[in-house]
Design a protein around this ligand. Structure first.
Ligand SMILES: Cc1cc2nc3c(=O)[nH]c(=O)nc-3n(C[C@H](O)[C@H](O)[C@H](O)COP(=O)(O)OP(=O)(O)OC[C@H]3O[C@@H](n4cnc5c(N)ncnc54)[C@H](O)[C@@H]3O)c2cc1C
Ligand code: SF4
Length: 810
């Protein structure tokens, strides 16, 4: 098998690998290096994360199990630093050396940071990856005033996000018009007016020369001497291709890594794709052309004589609510162009088409973008418009068969999903041949709507048109568990109960999954729902679980594992500490670390050492890897602290002992503080308990991770028994009604806090929930001990031959 190595685990690169797997799934042994510590995610949706519309888990395109299923060795958090083109091997930051027969460079780009004094101060960031987003979200909790430098696509999306996060936002722009490369002055001023009405403040024609402040940013100074205050500065002035590793290795680089029409670089067997590549002097910064490049490269690398890549005309849209704009091709008139324009100031609608020799060469639409796909097609296909009137070009009636929303009038080769290059014909074909009935399925099968998602309404229209009478609007919008089925979570739970289904295989079989093996999304979910419904008799399907749960240890980014034994309530003993120290020494554990959950983690453990280490530790698993109760963090409380009003440690230990190992839809963390000083941070836990005079306050739905969220007060109770009873009922209600992989914070927001309070206020309901909880808890056994006792388990999961992948997202 030939060895294929890819540097960069981003959107263009991984799409290329998907194309290669489609063409020749067995041809290569694939290794991917990614500098970021995550699997491939949808970078386009970072704007949506910032604007609060989605969370990180929802934007992962290829989960870790996808790499595993396709036998791809993934090293996350490890950048390649050198390509040895003579020996055909790459060398990574962490010292890995991997040989290749073919090498793809897909290193994307970095935010361009202005080289001005103060650009390195705390509080200055670009807008490129999830860490930039996290930094901005964190700043918004602490500070009020943000300045975004750059009034282009990224800058405006960042500014909208920061407004949503409650910050005051100034947008500084060097030019007199926003998005001046995509919009003409009229469209640009309409956009500015709309964004001002949304709360953005613009400082136009300002050149930033210095960032002010000591360590932390305090403001900006402009060339004209004026200044503006800022606690956070986001630089969104453009991108810079990430070419360093190619340049250092002697590969020809101009603005990007220079490639020919087959994405080949100046060095044989080395290719480049995505934002790091320069093709015919152009570096593209949108996914549509990059995915086209990926297709051409996949075909080339698999040895097919495919079509060359000839460059792309790109269309731009802005992902800001209330703004409808589209732009493609040229935007300014010159001596050889003619334009057709409609400007309706009443409705804020502006449309301009630029033509040359009766062919459309540019489109600017503001306020009404219904015709964007049609005009984009006419532009890219260079259709002759000489037979049309100027009005018919701009209005949908040009086809004589109705509006462009009318799917019947769309030619089959009209592009519906610009990002992924999916035409109406391809969607209709997939619906007909694969019996698709929901938007989700169409997206899964064709990729349409998988990137920015703006084409989803049109895909839905095509679905309605193709299915005719059989189209069920409500069902079409339904979110199915995954692309293997049309069934939603509610339907699945109902069907399992009604049909008495008892295994993952049986569910997929009886409910006619279209992929008989299921996938990494549905298999763990089905396994969870079966366990939740058939409380004590269900036999867990370990192989359907997510990889860390299957191994009962977290896989780290270098393929080793971590071992985190339970320390109930964060309390330990000298004897346990001694055992941990001895095991760490004996197995030469590279890192012994106190975790955020008040216990000790041993990191860098070899898979085959796990069972022996567990046996020598003789402590229960801390489930630091599971969708279950992770930790109950406690403060010292009334036993030792002079402020403590309650015994936080004993409550924490009781909670942890009772609910450990419980399968939950997502991980659950608890905190117990003995007074409102809240040293255990109980206010940002899934369930938090705060001691007060004469009782406990119970907080729910807190989150201290990416979606920082303070908990809501559920109720106040007097005794520890009441705490246990309410916690049991609350957790069981969450187990029964949440979607698999839905955190309690999202679940409470979806269900409504008042509703949850009402359910739990009813004594009979609480009792019934607790009975089901107790029934469930009886079935669990300690997994490390089970592995120690079973040779079969050891052989199947912990023998040396297993393939390893990179780290799982936290
Ligand atoms: C906020 C935001 C919004 C966007 N919105 C849109 C939009 O609406 N529409 C659109 O079409 N496009 C949009 N884009 C652009 C789009 O995301 C990019 O065009 C696309 O991600 C580029 O893919 P890529 O694979 O070339 O680079 P990336 O996705 O950046 O992937 C490159 C990866 O390589 C890694 N890497 C770099 N160097 C090394 C090394 N030496 N070793 C190992 N790994 C390395 C990087 O860490 C990165 O993970 C947006 C981008 C951002 C940041
Ligand atoms: S939360 Fe209160 S009781 Fe607990 S350690 Fe802090 S100050 Fe002491």
């Amino acid at each position: 098998m030939k060895k294929l190595v890819m540097i960069g685990n981003g959107m263009a690169g991984v799409r290329t690998i998907e194309e290669i797997l489609k063409v020749a799934p067995e041809q290569f042994k694939i290794t991917i290096f990614g500098q970021e510590p995550y699997p491939n995610y949808n970078r386009i949706k970072l704007s949506n994360i910032l604007q609060g519309d989605t969370n990180f888990e929802d934007i992962i395109i290829n989960p870790l199990d996808w790499y595993k299923e396709n036998n791809i060795e993934l090293f996350t958090g490890d950048a390649v630093t050198k390509i040895d083109v003579e020996q055909k091997r790459v060398i990574s930051e962490q010292g890995r050396v991997v040989e290749y027969d073919e090498l793809i460079i897909a290193t994307g780009s970095n935010s361009f940071i202005l080289p001005i004094p103060g650009a390195d101060k705390i509080g200055v960031t670009g807008f490129r990856d999830i860490e930039d987003c996290e930094m901005m979200i964190k700043s918004s909790k602490q500070y009020k005033k943000a300045v975004v430098i750059g009034g282009g696509l990224l800058g405006l999306e960042a500014a909208r996000g920061l407004l949503n996060l409650g910050m005051q936002v100034d947008v500084v722009h060097l030019m007199p018009n926003l998005m001046e490369r995509q919009l003409d002055p009229i469209a640009s001023s309409l956009l500015k007016t709309e964004l001002e009405s949304q709360g953005m403040n613009f400082l136009m024609e300002k050149e930033t020369v210095e960032i002010l402040g000591d360590d932390q940013v305090k403001g900006l100074r402009f060339k004209d001497g004026s200044e503006v205050e800022a606690d956070l500065v986001v630089m969104a002035i453009g991108i810079k291709s990430n070419t360093q590793v190619a340049r250092d290795s002697g590969i020809y680089v101009n603005r990007g890594i220079v490639v020919n029409d087959f994405m080949e670089t100046s060095v044989p067997h080395v290719y480049a794709v995505g934002e790091c590549a320069e093709h015919r002097e152009i570096v593209y910064g949108l996914v549509a052309p990059l995915y086209e490049q990926g297709k051409v490269l996949a075909s080339r690398i698999c040895g097919n004589v495919g079509e060359p890549y000839q460059g792309s005309v790109t269309g731009t849209q802005l992902k800001v609510a209330g703004v409808d704009l589209f732009s493609a091709g040229e935007i300014f008139e010159d001596g050889s162009t003619k334009s057709i324009m409609v400007y309706n100031e009443y409705d804020g609608v502006y449309k301009k088409i630029l033509t040359r020799n009766n062919v459309i060469v540019g489109v600017v639409l503001y306020g009404d973008t219904k015709d964007s796909t049609k005009l984009y097609r006419m532009l890219t296909k260079k259709e002759d418009i000489s037979g049309m009137t100027s009005i018919s070009v701009l209005q949908s009636e040009c086809t004589g068969e109705g509006g462009s929303d009318d799917v019947a009038s769309m030619p089959n080769d009209e592009l519906v999903c610009g990002c992924n290059g999916v035409t109406k014909g391809a969607i209709v074909e997939a619906i007909k041949t694969q019996g698709l009935t929901t938007l989700d399925q169409v997206s899964h099968c064709t990729n349409a709507g998988r990137s920015c998602g703006r084409c989803k309404p049109m895909v839905s229209n095509i679905l309605a048109y193709t299915l005719g009478d059989q189209f069920d609007a409500a069902a079409a919008q339904k979110t199915s568990i995954c692309g293997c089925t049309t069934i939603s979570r509610e339907e699945l739970v109902e069907e399992i109960k009604a049909k008495g289904l008892t295994s993952v295989k049986e569910v997929m079989n009886v409910l006619e999954w279209n992929n008989e093996e299921g996938c990494t999304k549905c298999r763990p979910a089905i396994n969870y729902y079966l366990g939740m419904i058939h409380m004590d008799e269900y036999k867990d399907d370990r192989d359907s679980r997510l990889v860390n749960e299957k191994m009962h240890a977290n896989i780290q980014k270098d393929g080793t594992y971590s071992v985190v034994p339970r320390m109930y309530g964060g309390v330990t003993t000298a004897a346990d500490l001694k055992k941990i120290a001895e095991v760490a020494e004996k197995y030469d554990v590279p890192l012994v670390k106190l975790t955020g959950g008040q216990r000790i983690g041993l990191f860098g453990v070899k898979k085959e050492d796990l069972p022996q280490m567990w046996e020598e530790l003789d402590m229960p698993s801390g489930y630091a890897y599971g969708k279950t109760l992770r930790t109950v963090k406690t403060c010292v409380g009334a036993q030792f602290c002079r402020y403590g009003t309650q015994d936080s440690m004993s409550l924490g230990i009781e909670l942890e002992k009772k609910f450990e190992r419980l399968d939950t839809p997502h991980k659950v963390k608890m905190g117990v503080s003995a007074c409102p000083r809240n040293c255990s941070e109980a206010g940002i836990k899934d369930i938090g308990f705060v001691g007060i005079d004469g009782g406990w306050e119970i907080y729910v739905a807190g989150n201290g991770g990416v979606d920082l969220r303070p908990g809501d007060l559920l109720c106040t109770v007097k005794t520890q028994e009441e705490v246990m009873e309410l916690t049991g009922a609350y957790l069981q209600y969450y187990r029964e009604t949440a979607n698999y992989l839905e955190r309690t914070s999202k679940w409470v927001e979806r269900m409504g806090l008042e509703h949850v309070k009402e359910v739990l206020a009813d004594e009979a309901t609480r009792k019934a929930l607790n009975e089901r909880m107790d029934q469930t808890l009886r079935k669990y056994i300690e997994p490390w001990n089970e592995a120690i006792q079973s040779e079969e388990i050891q052989d199947k999961y912990y023998a040396k031959r297993m393939i390893t992948v990179g780290s799982e997202s936290k």
